[in-house]
Design a protein around this ligand. Structure first.
Ligand SMILES: Cc1cc2nc3c(=O)[nH]c(=O)nc-3n(C[C@H](O)[C@H](O)[C@H](O)COP(=O)(O)OP(=O)(O)OC[C@H]3O[C@@H](n4cnc5c(N)ncnc54)[C@H](O)[C@@H]3O)c2cc1C
Length: 341
């Protein structure tokens, strides 16, 4: 079957579930890098049941991934040959609720597509503390759980109680406790077909004014230290076996401000690669290769990527792959999670 016909066929089946299905969507609409080629099929989910029903439409040979706010993803210039599931669960006050409260602690239950800054501000305004750090991370709650996002001395693992997951290949659902998600530094045991639809965070009784001050300080710090515009935050994970951060290693190698085409290693933060309107994904990857090579030659430290690369040649993906994924405890966590879904 011709490529376009095949995707049209899958799209037809998917629309019967009530989900939206759009063919060959420019990746620039889906990520904060705002670049890259077409994504073969973008599926928009407005009810969890639609995600469950996808199981009967997505065969094993079809790539599938969830895209949240796309703030940690780089899609190649050739695009992504697969299904990208986007959650569009109702975006109103019902997205967050305090489900249990003992007076001093509470559970905040939120839909996975809520933006972290909104979740942080809403939680603080309700007088609960523990998610203030999240105001500076421009992702969705689902993406933050999957990546164990963090900053300012905290991370998702510190507050997450559990998450509601759907396996997009078989429609199985389960509420998985945080300790079974294999959360590690900027990663987890979740496979691409696992879709988080909601998550519950444990927060403690706080003080609205104090939390809001903390939030304002974090926002000011970010403005001062991180660039705006088209990027996906830190490109490389901080190496485990060195005291220097990835940004410091790149900086010490004299690479701050290095350009390739229209992409640039940020002048403001050396672990950010900035794109502009006409930047290609290839330019960003060329800078990633240069930073990885130069830092390795200088220090012997091999940096791997924090951002997810989609649609690239296997040698590029392998070059930047998160090397923790081969560690025995990470492999065990992945197998254990698969067995639950
Ligand atoms: C300016 C800037 C600053 C940043 N600062 C930080 C920081 O301080 N700390 C930090 O940790 N990160 C930071 N990031 C990176 C990014 O915001 C986080 O990793 C964020 O958690 C990603 O969320 P997302 O919704 O954008 O995920 P996406 O980029 O859409 O996806 C990232 C991964 O999560 C998966 N995913 C997304 N949604 C779901 C879901 N519902 N279910 C299952 N899997 C899902 C995707 O498949 C992919 O594997 C920054 C990014 C930018 C642009």
């Amino acid at each position: 079957m011709k490529r376009a016909n095949r995707w049209t066929d899958i799209a037809k089946q998917i629309t019967r579930t009530g989900a939206g299905a759009d063919l060959f969507v420019p990746a620039s609409r889906l990520t904060t890098y705002r670049l890259g080629g077409p994504v073969a099929l973008v599926v928009s989910i407005t009810k969890a049941e639609q995600a469950i029903a996808l199981g009967s439409c997505i065969s094993d040979d079809v790539n599938v991934i969830v895209i949240g706010n796309g703030s940690n993803i780089l899609i190649s210039d050739n695009g992504y040959e697969g299904v990208a599931v986007v959650l569009n669960l109702p975006d109103d006050e019902t997205m967050t609720s305090v489900v249990e409260s003992t007076g001093t602690t509470a559970l905040i239950d939120a839909a996975a597509n809520i933006r972290l800054p909104l979740l942080a501000r809403r939680t603080a305004a309700l007088g609960w503390s523990g998610l203030e750090w999240a105001v500076g991370v421009p992702g969705s709650l689902g993406g933050a759980v999957r990546m164990n996002a963090g900053g300012h001395g905290s991370d998702m693992a510190s507050t997450l109680l559990d998450a509601e997951l759907i396996n997009l290949r078989n429609g199985h659902t389960a509420r998985i406790a945080s300790q079974n998600l294999g959360l590690r530094f900027r990663g987890s045991a979740m496979a691409d077909e696992m879709c988080i639809v909601s998550a519950r965070c444990q927060v403690t009784r706080g003080n609205v004014e104090k939390s809001q001050k903390e939030i304002a300080a974090i926002v000011a710090w970010r403005r001062e230290h991180q660039p705006g515009g088209q990027n996906a935050g830190s490109v490389f994970v901080n190496p485990a076996k060195t005291t220097s951060s990835a940004g410091a290693l790149i900086d010490e190698a004299g690479l701050r401000g290095t350009r390739h085409g229209t992409a640039e290693i940020s002048q403001k933060h050396a672990n950010f690669i900035q794109a502009d309107e006409n930047t290609s994904a290839a330019d960003v990857v060329a800078l990633m290769c240069e930073a990885q090579d130069v830092v390795f030659a200088r220090t012997g430290v091999m940096m791997h990527s924090e951002i997810r690369l989609l649609g690239f040649a296997p040698e590029i993906s392998a070059r930047f792959q998160d090397r923790h994924r081969v560690e025995p405890e990470v492999v065990r966590a992945e197998e254990m999670l698969k067995s639950l879904l």
